[in-house]
Design a protein around this ligand. Structure first.
Ligand code: FUL
Length: 476
């Protein structure tokens, strides 16, 4: 038999290995984390006793009868938020004051003891049903800190807290996210004691058990806060993620409130812990009439979008409900204007119709054309070991662009560490000047720049942790 040259066998082996999908780089998202990331924008609703008493952090002694909305309509909330592109709502079932907006069996400090529906109201039910009716995801915020409970700081309260989680997760259908707030301990009414209670949150609340209760009823819920979250806080309430933003994180840092680490993540983090940017459309989280003229401007909201969703994080935008029980029209009109303006900006992908080439391609099924289609299971990938490569888009005619969208194929991890953009005009490659550094991409990176004319656009990926895998590139 004729001997097959070993170089031939080697080439065949290389070819076979390259038609296979690349190996993941570092930690990868779970299916639940991936679905959560794809939500991109959803709303917070802060409503409760604070709304009626012009407070942000009730002390725990405000009489429950002061909760008295006159024209409450959960469908108005849902339709308003749907109209500005929100995919879900997270509702404050209980804030730090301990007042419960559902008829819990754990305390008398609840909606049962108000004039609302003569004590037969249940806002968690009303909102969950309105969300279901209009195809909106539903999630809950339950403050661990409770300034009303006499037992707060002692073991008895932890059982109450776990019982509240059980009531909320077992009676209102599927939840997409459960929020354990990080503000913990301090002064409060505490059943009349009027004192100061300090706790060590990581140990006190038994968050592993709390998580298990959530998942035993709502197995797909993302978890914010506590010791075993599936996502992390971004480290500020201003609506800004770091320009370098890894979804990778060091497990040892989960319980530390290290704001720098939270806003940037870690290039070599061993866990997948994507970030959520929470920010209010007004200065406060709860409604205050005096803030009616401080609703964020279109420009501020647009910056927030680019600095959150555009930097590999999800945006949780808060809408306070007013004393009537409605989202005020100033807020809803502004948010709708913002959504329309984003829609106009992202209306037409100018890369559609371009010829796309790459300096390296793994195999035909990982062709650079994959970055132009809408199928997020397809991606352009380089051969094993190739961590530096170019993607070039050739326009049919000179075209003006002002922004770019990039997405890595994150089911295989987050990979890109640095990239640059250049444009080809009059026979020369020129850099596209950028205000922010172009480091990470992750699930999504949006970059804005002054309008430039391009005949060709080049994205140069300079450094990556492993094989490059890009699922989408678009220009506007
Ligand atoms: C913080 C709370 O103290 C604020 O009142 C608000 O609920 C915000 C979303 O989280 O920790």
């Amino acid at each position: 038999m004729k001997k097959i040259p070993s170089i031939f066998i080697l080439s065949l082996a290389l070819l076979a290995s390259c038609t296979k999908a690349p190996k993941p780089v570092g930690p990868v998202p779970t299916r639940q984390q991936l679905e959560w990331q794809q939500l991109e924008t959803y709303a917070f609703i802060h409503f409760g006793l604070n709304t009626f008493n012009d407070m942000e952090w009730g002390f725990g002694d405000t009489p429950s009868y002061t909760f008295n909305p006159t024209n409450l309509d959960c469908e108005q909330w849902v339709l308003t938020l749907k109209n500005c592109g929100m995919k879900g709502i997270i509702f404050t079932a209980k804030h730090h004051d301990g007042f419960c907006l559902w008829p819990t069996e754990t305390t008398e400090y609840s909606i049962k003891n108000t004039y609302y529906k003569e004590g037969h109201g249940d806002l968690v039910r009303e909102l969950s049903e309105a969300c279901k009716k209009h195809g909106m995801r539903f999630g809950l915020y339950l403050s661990p800190w409770d300034r009303n409970q006499a037992d707060y700081g002692y073991q008895g309260y932890v059982q109450v807290y776990h019982q509240q989680i059980k009531e909320l997760t077992s009676n209102y259908g599927e939840l997409f996210e459960f929020w354990f707030d990080g503000a913990n301990g301090g002064t409060g009414w505490y059943g009349g004691a009027n004192d100061m209670r300090s706790i060590v949150a990581e140990h006190y609340y038994d968050y592993e058990k709390a998580r298990d209760i959530v998942w035993s009823h709502c197995p797909h819920a993302a978890i914010f806060g506590g010791t075993v979250p599936t996502l992390r806080w971004i480290g500020n309430e201003e609506g800004v993620a770091g320009t370098t933003m890894w979804s990778n994180y060091h497990p040892d840092y989960v319980s530390l409130n290290d704001t720098k680490a939270l806003s940037h993540g870690f290039v070599d983090g061993e866990a997948w812990l994507p970030a959520e940017v929470d920010v209010s459309i007004r200065p406060g989280w709860f409604y205050h009439e005096r803030e009616d003229d401080e609703v964020k401007s279109l420009e501020q909201l647009t910056d927030i979008y680019f600095h959150s969703v555009g930097r590999n994080a999800n945006l949780l935008l808060n809408f306070p409900v007013n004393k009537e029980g409605r989202i005020p029209s100033i807020d809803s009109l502004r948010a709708a204007e913002w959504y329309r303006s984003l829609g106009a900006l992202f209306q037409k992908d100018l890369l559609q119709g371009c010829k796309v080439t790459a300096s390296n391609t793994r195999a035909s099924r990982f062709s650079p054309k994959c970055v132009l289609d809408e199928d997020d299971t397809k991606y352009w990938a380089t051969e094993d070991g190739i961590r530096r490569a170019d993607l070039v888009f050739e326009f049919p005619e000179s075209t003006e662009i002002t922004s770019l969208l990039l997405q890595e194929y994150i089911p295989l991890g987050q990979n890109v560490k640095h990239f640059t953009l250049s444009r080809y005009v009059n026979g020369k490659w020129l850099p596209i000047d950028m205000e922010e550094e172009l480091t990470t991409i992750g699930y999504m990176r949006l970059v804005r720049f002054d309008p430039v004319k391009v005949e060709k656009l080049r994205i140069r990926f300079w450094v990556a942790k492993g094989t490059l895998c890009m699922s989408k590139v678009a220009a506007y």
